[in-house]
Design a protein around this ligand. Structure first.
Ligand code: BES
Ligand code: MN
Ligand code: ZN
Length: 492
């Protein structure tokens, strides 16, 4: 999908379709009023018929409007002017996508970018535009014979003033990179576990590095991890025929001596629960248990597209959690890379077991901050549903920043307390720590477990169990939290 900026008058800009907004009760935003005048009041006349009131999410297509270079005008209802938040603006963009698709329109000019949106700069609006249109391009293809037809829209021009142009262009580049990264994350998430194995994730990371010279990738084998003492990570893959891997990707866009931010993804390519086997109903969704890893790869892809002058290290801890004669059993004790021993009371609490060794490994990069991303607990889904990701942190400043980035990028996260009172729930009679904290406060005790391994740096944990994929008819990976991670990394 190609994005551009235009500073010419809307009426004089040729295209297949000019997209304009109408406020509630037929009030016209400036850009729409300008076209209305150029067209001899064609838009006002339509509004007078009562066919278009400007209610949010209304749409109407006009043809052959005199005085206008575009072949069509798509009018979109924007609701009350004072209610136009970034969320609403984004919904309207999604409506534009469906309408353009419905009429098989291949190129369009967007006259919505001048709408005043609450707290949003032209750059922010442009990010949303490029992100939404790129996101809409995605089709899952790998394992179906009849793929949905491709999106028709190929070129979108955003109108702005010449003083806004640089910011608009920057926003379009950012949004487009985020959209591409989200689609990478979605596709990896959607792939079935018989294709998307730990080895496959490693290959995808290698492929990305082959295409982008800012990126270095290495994939550590089980033997290499064994030498590092990553027995906790390795214990998760014991029951599987698929070898576990640790993927390390280094994006260097900044100076070599500026400290990196590190992101760490949970990459369980299938989670049966292991010997603590999960119930059968809905177990297919545990192919999405690598969505943390997918969001990390998606974020690296987005960085490679955008090429910002920053340093980011990505670590993916990947294994398949299966029951077998070789599988880890409840009560087994393993020694993590940190030296702390762990009693594995429940083999279904495997995410934290792979993450803890990856988090210990992260120390060697002398990180500015470390953020891990994981589909870690069912309790997080019970708390937040699919709206908000769980956020836990050992640093208030980092937590506040991530919270704000979540709001700004419309990819929100909400903090839970990581207080000492919860730590005792992880006590074990047979090891330094148990891998579960009982039935209560599941998201917090999972965070408490990880906190034992992250004392040496500023760290935050994002539990994306509820936000990483949609269920039901819309079943599929969402690409979250790539927008949140990009917002953070670009502004950290
Ligand atoms: N991958 C699951 C968490 C999960 C469950 C994500 C459902 C999304 C939907 C994780 O590995 C897990 O099984 N967690 C257990 C932990 C428990 C045994 C302490 C859970 O949440 O039930
Ligand atoms: Mn599990
Ligand atoms: Zn899991």
């Amino acid at each position: 999908m190609q994005f551009s900026t235009k500073t010419t008058a809307l009426a004089n800009t040729p295209s297949s379709c000019l997209i304009l907004g109408v406020y509630l009760n037929g009030h016209l935003p400036e850009a729409t009023a300008e076209v209305d005048i150029a067209s001899g009041k064609a838009i006002s006349k339509v509004i007078k018929t009562g066919d278009m009131s400007g209610k949010a999410m209304e749409a109407m297509l006009l043809h052959n409007v005199d005085g206008i270079k575009a072949k069509r005008i798509l009018l979109l209802g924007c609701g009350k002017k004072s209610d136009l938040t970034l969320k609403r603006f984004t919904q309207i963009l999604r409506l534009a996508v469906t309408q353009l698709d419905r009429y098989s329109i291949e190129d369009a000019v967007l006259g919505l970018s001048s709408l005043p949106v609450e707290k949003a700069t032209i750059e922010r609006k442009a990010i949303q535009v490029a992100k939404i249109f790129t996101h809409a391009e995605y089709r899952y293809k790998e394992t179906i014979s009849k793929v949905k037809p491709a999106q028709k829209i190929k070129r979108l021009a955003l109108t702005c003033t010449s003083s806004e142009r640089a910011q608009a262009k920057k926003g379009l580049d950012t949004g487009s990179a985020i959209g591409i990264g989200m689609n990478t994350a979605r596709n990896l998430g959607n792939l079935p576990a018989n294709i998307c194995t730990p080895t496959y994730l490693g290959e995808q990371a290698q492929n990305l590095a082959k295409k982008h010279k800012q990126l270095k990738t290495k994939v550590l084998s089980e033997a290499q991890m064994k030498r590092l003492g990553m027995n906790s990570l390795l214990s998760v893959g014991n029951g599987s025929d698929q070898p576990s891997v640790l993927i390390v990707m280094e994006y260097q866009g900044g100076s070599p001596n500026s400290k990196p931010n590190v992101i760490v993804g949970k990459g369980i390519t299938f989670d049966t629960g292991g010997i603590s086997l999960k119930p059968g109903l809905g177990m297919d969704e545990m192919k999405f248990d690598m969505c943390g890893a997918a969001s990390v790869l998606g974020t690296m892809h987005a960085l490679c597209e955008l090429k910002p002058k920053i340093n980011v290290v990505a670590i993916i801890a990947s294994a398949e959690n299966m029951p077998s004669g070789r599988a880890t059993k409840p009560g087994d004790v393993v020694t993590s890379m940190s030296g702390q021993t762990i009693e594995v009371l429940n083999t279904d609490a495997e995410g934290r077991l792979v993450l803890c060794d990856a988090l210990t490994y992260a120390k060697r990069f002398n990180p500015k901050t470390v953020i891990d991303i994981a589909t870690l607990t069912g309790a997080c889904v019970a708390t937040f549903g699919n709206v908000v990701s769980g956020l836990l942190s050992n640093d208030d400043e980092l937590a506040d920043k991530l919270y704000q980035c979540g709001l700004d990028s419309l990819d929100p996260a909400w903090r839970l307390p990581l207080w000492d009172e919860y730590q005792k729930l992880l006590d074990s009679n047979f090891a330094d720590i148990a891998n579960i904290g009982g039935p209560r406060a599941g998201t917090i005790t999972a965070g408490c477990f990880l906190a034992r391994f992250t004392k040496d740096y500023k760290w935050a944990h994002l539990d994306i169990a509820g936000t990483a994929w949609d269920q039901g008819k819309q079943k599929g990976a969402t690409g979250r939290p790539v927008p949140l991670l990009m917002e953070y990394l670009l502004n950290a």
